[in-house]
Design a protein around this ligand. Structure first.
Ligand code: FMN
Length: 203
């Protein structure tokens, strides 16, 4: 069974990226996946303190919602990250979740541990859903760099992006001619790709 994790990063309830995520998760369920969803702003996620404790232990000494989130980001076959552009990056709450993966970076790069299952690692895939207010397709450039390194850390070598600009108003994605359908299809396609890739190993 393909396991998908949806991360709703925006603080705006029923905002553009949340709507896109819902569609993508519907598509993923329709394709047969089991789905978990994290609404970042409903969880206690403190920013990284840069204390360096994880460099020796591989763990974070802060006790908050991240303890459970690591299990999900490392064990799900697919991650759908949905977050808006804030000042050319990800919004702060989502960035905190990303930064708190520094202990996973330490486990992988310093302590040389396997952070994901070697048997299914090749099938791991991602999807980045984002919206921006500016009339500028380059509005996503900074956020993409963050997501590139986040997914690479999580052993996700391949990921798709669905990015919509001129989306300043809450719910503006609903008025886009294809956005909601695109998100649904992207969720379906993500699961199909992972299933294919998992199946390839067994044959
Ligand atoms: C604090 C803040 C910073 C923003 N910074 C940018 C930006 O740098 N570039 C941009 O194009 N839009 C920016 N926006 C607009 C949002 O990216 C846009 O409204 C997006 O669709 C919000 O997504 P959401 O509804 O999922 O929260 C910003 C909005 C806020 C509230």
């Amino acid at each position: 069974m393909v396991k998908i994790l949806g991360i709703a990063g925006s603080p705006r309830q029923n905002g553009n990226t949340s709507l896109l995520l819902e569609e993508a998760l519907k598509g993923a369920r329709a394709a047969g996946a089991t789905v978990n969803k994290i609404v970042v702003c409903n969880r206690e996620i403190n920013p990284c303190l840069g204390c360096g404790w994880c460099r020796r232990s591989g763990a974070c000494q802060q006790e908050d919602a991240m303890e459970k989130i690591y299990g999900l980001t490392l064990s799900s076959h697919g991650i759908i990250l949905a977050a808006p552009v804030y000042f050319n990056s990800l919004n702060a709450q989502t960035k905190a979740l990303v930064d708190r993966h520094q202990c996973i970076w330490a486990r992988k790069e310093i302590l040389k541990e396997e952070i994901t299952d070697p048997d299914t690692r090749h099938a791991r895939r991602g999807l980045f859903l984002s919206t921006a207010g500016a009339d500028d397709p380059h509005a996503f450039d900074g956020a993409i760099k963050v997501v590139d390194s986040f997914f690479r850390l999580l052993d996700i070598e391949y990921y798709h992006r669905l990015l919509f600009f001129r989306m300043g108003e809450r719910g503006a994605v609903r008025n886009h001619p294809t956005a909601m359908r695109d998100a649904y299809s992207a969720g379906e396609q993500l699961v199909a790709e992972i299933s294919r890739s998992l199946g390839d190993t067994r044959s």
